[in-house]
Design a protein around this ligand. Structure first.
Ligand code: G1P
Length: 295
């Protein structure tokens, strides 16, 4: 059994799918309801026991760094006005000094490259990787919590997967599972296959627990799909060399916030979950539906 302490957040991407919103604003700072995407991931990792948070950032990401720091003027004003709740949601969740680190990925060369940039900060241990633009409202326990248990049982690498329609497989890493079930061993994985070449419809959803054995594989810097250094390719080469990978099959509502549709859906999904917003959201949707159906 190994204890998972570190969480890695690759946030150095350019966010081109969300231009012009992401021209100066990091895509991970886009809000779902009232919280930026990155804060959801951070809270998920915290709840799974991670105490050290490493962000792989790029240029234009200062706003994201500031989000994990004090906002003194704002906090003082809220304090003076006795806005307790607002102060709480602004300040009280902040990581303690020394719990966050930011590493600059000077060039956005792909997810594999982003993870490799953290190699000197991870030694003889497993770590989690969370992609902030993937969100899941699970049916029960969070996917990362389930993954931690599988990692503790196997000591190996774990990824979260979610079934997608066949025509969507070319947007994701797709696994070839051994057998069926909620936790399966992975025989093979392939990054963004065409529907005809996909080994299954189980897509990797941006939650990984990896051992530091990944770094020598990433070191090679081999380019894959889209000319990028792909994490999936490095994981596949590890499998070929006998490293163990398990997949935790997730259920619930998955939102790929890297797409406009997924992002809009996430806002609706999370608003419906919010006790204050549930009723207003239903009322808004009913009104819009009525109007749309009249056309
Ligand atoms: C990345 C990974 C891919 C994974 C996806 C999840 O792709 O490379 O394997 O399925 O995230 O969102 P990207 O969305 O960065 O192209």
């Amino acid at each position: 059994m190994t204890i998972l302490k570190k969480a890695l957040y690759p946030v150095g991407g350019l966010g081109t799918r969300f231009l012009p919103a992401t021209k100066v604003m990091p895509k991970e700072m886009l809000p779902v309801v009232d919280k930026p995407l990155i804060q959801y991931s951070f809270e998920e990792a915290l709840a799974a026991g991670c105490e050290q948070h490493i962000f792989i950032t790029g240029r234009n990401k200062n706003v994201l760094m500031n989000h994990f720091d004090h906002a003194f003027e704002l906090q003082r004003t809220l304090d003076e006005k006795e806005k307790k709740h607002l102060l709480e949601i602004t300040r009280d969740w902040l990581p303690k000094p020394g719990q966050v680190a930011f590493i600059r990925q000077q060039e956005p060369l792909g997810l594999g490259h982003a993870v490799w940039c953290a190699r000197n900060f991870i030694k003889d241990e497993a770590f989690a990787v969370l992609l902030a633009d993937e969100m899941l409202i699970p049916d029960g326990e969070s996917s990362l919590n389930r993954m931690v248990k599988v990692h503790e049982e196997t000591g190996g690498n774990v990824v979260a997967v979610y079934p997608v329609p066949k025509e969507k497989v070319s947007s994701y890493g797709i696994i070839d599972p051994e057998g069926e079930g909620d936790v399966v061993r992975i025989k093979r994985m392939v990054e963004k296959p065409s529907p005809d070449n996909a080994p299954s419809n189980l897509s990797i959803i941006g939650r990984y627990i990896l051992t530091d054995a990944i770094f020598p594989y990433l070191e090679k810097g081999q380019r894959g799909a889209g000319g990028e250094i792909q994490l999936t390719d490095a994981m596949q080469r590890m499998i070929e060399d006998g490293h163990t990978f398990h997949a935790v099959v997730c259920h619930g509502q998955r939102f790929d916030c890297g797409s406009r549709r997924g992002f809009l859906e996430a806002n609706i999904g999370y608003a419906l979950q919010n006790p204050e917003l549930h009723e207003p959201m239903v009322e808004i949707m009913e009104r819009f539906l009525k109007k749309a159906r009249k056309k």
